[in-house]
Design a protein around this ligand. Sequence first.
Ligand SMILES: [Zn+2]
Length: 472
Amino acid sequence: MSNYYYYRSSQRGLGRIRRRRRREPRFPFLILLLLLILIAAILVLGKNTGLFVPGRATASDASESSAEETGSLPEETTRSAAEEILRRADRLAAQYDYDAASALIESDASAASSDAGKAALARYAEAKEGLVPQKISDIPHVFFHTLIIDTSKAFDGDSRADGYNDVMTTKSEFLKIMESMYERGFVLVSLHDIAHEVDDTESGGKKMASGEILLPEGKKPFVLSQDDVCYYEYMEGDGFAKDLIIDTDGRIRNEMVMDDGTVSVGSYDVVPLLDDFVEEHPDFSYRGTKGCLAVTGYNGVFGYRTDTDYEGKNPNIEQDRETVRKLAEALREDGWEIASHSWGHRDYATISDEEFEADTQKWQDRVAPLIGGSDIMIYPFGADVGDWHPYTSDNARFERLYSEGFRYFCNVDSTQNFVQLGEDYLRQGRRNLDGYRMWQDKTVKNRTSEFFDVDEVFDPARPTPVPDYKGG
Ligand SMILES: [Zn+2]
């Protein structure tokens, strides 16, 4: 428990240092002055103790030698700055953004005029020529729940084990799936890459326009999402991470309670595991995109008990809310999108109008302000507010969600890739890559062979047969 507070308080400390530095521009000047005094002192000391080569360490040389030092610094700084620019440009190019990569090099005279810079510009121009616009109607969307890290705890035979076995994916399965999809040429894209809102000159309002996704021959776009990124209370002690945090290096990680009760910081769920994977394989991500995280509100967000219901129960609620706001910003910066998964994990297809209205309002009041709002609705249980026909204005629930700013709607369809570009929305079906789906694929009918070989992926730690528990 003490580790937990250690990490959180050091993050707050970092934030303070960064702000203070910005407000005190004289700080570096003072350091420089102190350094000069120190150098002068060492030079005088060096002369007296014979540490320096005779002739260098004379009093009259002191100013000359420091001029030499500072004179040589800018050149080196420029060289390493140009190298850094080329390195960053190569990463942009690896993620298929050749225009941004070229613009970055061209923004720096020294990088642009270097041989390496010229070669990179030629390489990017050639690669750009080979890009192919992707058909958006056939883009798969796969999703996961919180990953099982410790299978012995998740599958311990208690009342929740069947549910976990059905709807969850283990860490080893997730990593094998990502590896296989990467090898097969899949590339992560976002819902906003598939379509985006534009001005409709005819009506004077807005409409949805299909996006242009440009990938090299042989690459295939796909969307990834994760549901219920809340680390619910009921999951405690069952072998999952406990929350997301920003670590002391500014990276997004998980905290997980180990067997001895200590809290370990590491990659214990989809976000940091996929971040690590993309770090190693940048070409798995289109322009830095990672995935979409769907959150409910009733147990708070990202593992923090931030909901109004915890007021008076969670003594750190205001700090936790601030942590969630910072996490949401950091996640977006890192290529993640955040979606609504309703406030109370409700079935939007079947609940009463009153319940639907209350739940929608609760998400807007209690969750949206913490995560910076969202235009993506990921239906709990995959329960859509309409059938497969395009949404129309006489669908009151669609209209209500639209009025709250939702433009992207995701249900569940394990049988096919389903993308529907409506006049003013985008709808996509999602394919569950969980225990039940994989067990079915092994034994009855295979629906995931497009992505991986289920016999290589299926975790032998799972109890079989995997029951149909119908979670969501
Ligand atoms: Zn869910």
